[in-house]
Design a protein around this ligand. Structure first.
Ligand code: F0G
Length: 456
């Protein structure tokens, strides 16, 4: 048997990408105030800023788009998608939204009150922000192994059940529900095991609390379960997914990930208690309950995408791409969060720039260098993203300096990954030439998106 795991598709439609010269990239980055978020996408060769909403749709999805029923109320496309979602999740209440954070805002708005507390393995930024906006405390309780980048563990996304129970005992009255993010994006795209999901749900149930899952990457999580949890080795992905959902009372979804579409999200709920409030709020800000901020064609593409995202040959290839890049980084002596996650590789900038002081933002510097060197765009997950400037003008720093390279689905081929690995190995050789940065201008919140930098 040949050992190379090939892309399980052929390409029907192509989109050119443009190689720029080093001089052009220098000018582009200067114009962007040394912040890759401010680059024009067409000046980027390989865009690994995010896997969210950036993937390629299949010919079946494009065909489904023509079937979109754009009726304001009761559209056929809604009922088609609802049937698919019900089959996968086993939940009767389906509420479409325009993306994941809208689902979060609606659900939290209906269920949480000021002073509440929500445990999770790790809250994604928007999840945390939507809770904190309501004065709800968002507590991250991932297992200790999940916080050590170089340590390998099959399920680094697992939630620490002992710490959850301690919180339920001490602060139970403040907890409206428990959350669990699959895969754990903030912790490196790491999976949660079925055993952990099952035990967490049972624990919450003993204390009368529902489990709400953040299921953006549920298919990737299911594939990890199949590969790493022995009793599931012969279980079909869809059955694993259905079992994962069977432990939850509800879920929020960003369809821009494992939904395989460019825009969309939803809420599902097993029982009816919050549904009326949610649908009323939905009409106010998203749209009528049968489209929730989306076009009929979006609902059709998602109905097909959800099923395609669960195909095993696709998932095997998907997880292999990240692992493959990891092997090449290892060979070049570049550190990263281990094992590689489902949708991304998180490079440890300190392994490339060990001498750069933290006040020169090494992960940001590496991000810029990847663009200058090879036209590759990633995201800093370090002290610009998580540090703060205090009132007295001093800066706080993050404990890790990572660069996330997140892979759009079905979009880049093995040659793109080989190219990126070469760029990184070259960079490591010439690390002395990589320049640090300082912040010249920053907003108060979420500064990484819009801050302006200068060379340190
Ligand atoms: N939950 C998780 C775990 C996410 O990764 C995201 C988005 C959201 C919720 C919000 O969904 O973008 O549709 O509103 N993550 C993207 C990323 C933005 O780049 O990781 P959304």
């Amino acid at each position: 048997m040949p050992r190379t795991l090939i892309e399980p598709f052929r390409i029907k439609s192509v989109e050119p990408i443009r190689m720029t010269t080093r001089a052009e990239r220098e000018a582009c980055l200067e114009n962007a105030h040394l912040n890759v978020f401010k680059l024009r996408a067409e000046d980027v060769l390989i865009d690994w800023l995010t896997d969210s909403g950036t993937g390629a749709m299949s010919s079946k999805q494009w065909a489904a788009i023509m079937e979109g029923d754009e009726s304001y109320a009761g559209a056929r496309s809604y009922f088609r998608l609802e049937a698919v979602v019900r089959d996968i999740t086993g939940m009767t209440n389906f509420i479409p939204t325009h993306q994941g954070r809208a689902a979060e805002r609606l659900l939290f708005g209906a269920v949480c009150k000021s002073g509440d507390l929500v445990p999770n393995n790790s809250h994604f930024d928007t999840t945390r922000a939507n809770l904190e906006k309501l004065d709800v405390e968002a507590v991250d309780l991932v297992i200790a192994e999940g916080r050590q980048p170089s340590l390998s563990h099959p399920f680094k996304g697992n939630i620490d059940l002992a710490r959850v129970e301690a919180l339920l005992i001490a602060q139970g009255a403040r907890i409206p529900f428990g959350m669990l993010t699959v895969t754990n994006n903030t912790g490196g795209g790491q999976p949660v095991s079925m055993a952990n999901i099952r035990a967490y749900a049972a624990l919450l149930k003993r204390y009368g609390k529902p489990l709400i899952m953040d299921v953006c990457r549920f298919s990737e999580n299911a594939m990890f379960i199949k590969m790493r949890e022995p009793e599931y080795a012969n279980t079909p992905i869809k059955a694993i997914v259905q079992e994962m959902f069977s432990y939850a009372d509800g879920a929020t979804m960003s369809s821009k990930k494992d939904g395989m579409v460019n825009m969309g999200g939803f809420i599902v709920l097993r029982d009816d208690r919050w549904v009326e409030t949610l649908r009323n709020d939905l009409v106010l800000t998203e749209g009528f309950p049968t489209y929730g901020g989306l076009a009929g064609r979006d609902l059709e593409a998602l109905a097909v995408g959800l099923e395609e995202g669960m195909q095993e040959d696709y998932l095997r290839y998907r997880l292999r791409t990240a692992e493959y890049l990891g092997e090449k980084l290892d060979a070049a002596g570049i550190g990263f969060v281990k094992p590689t996650g489902g949708h991304a590789v998180y490079i440890d900038a300190r392994s490339v720039l060990p001498a750069m002081p933290q006040q020169h933002y090494p992960a940001w510097a590496l991000c810029n260098a990847l663009y200058l060197e090879g036209g590759i765009r990633g995201v800093e997950v370090g002290s610009v993203m998580f540090g703060k400037r205090l009132a007295d003008g001093t800066e706080t720093y993050h404990n890790m300096e990572l660069v996330r390279l997140a892979f759009p689905r079905r979009m880049y081929t093995q040659a793109h990954f080989d190219y990126a690995a070469e760029v990184m190995a070259d960079l490591k050789q010439h690390a002395g030439a990589v320049r640090g940065v300082r912040i010249v201008k920053q907003p108060r919140l979420l500064r990484h998106f819009t801050c302006e930098m200068a060379w340190a």
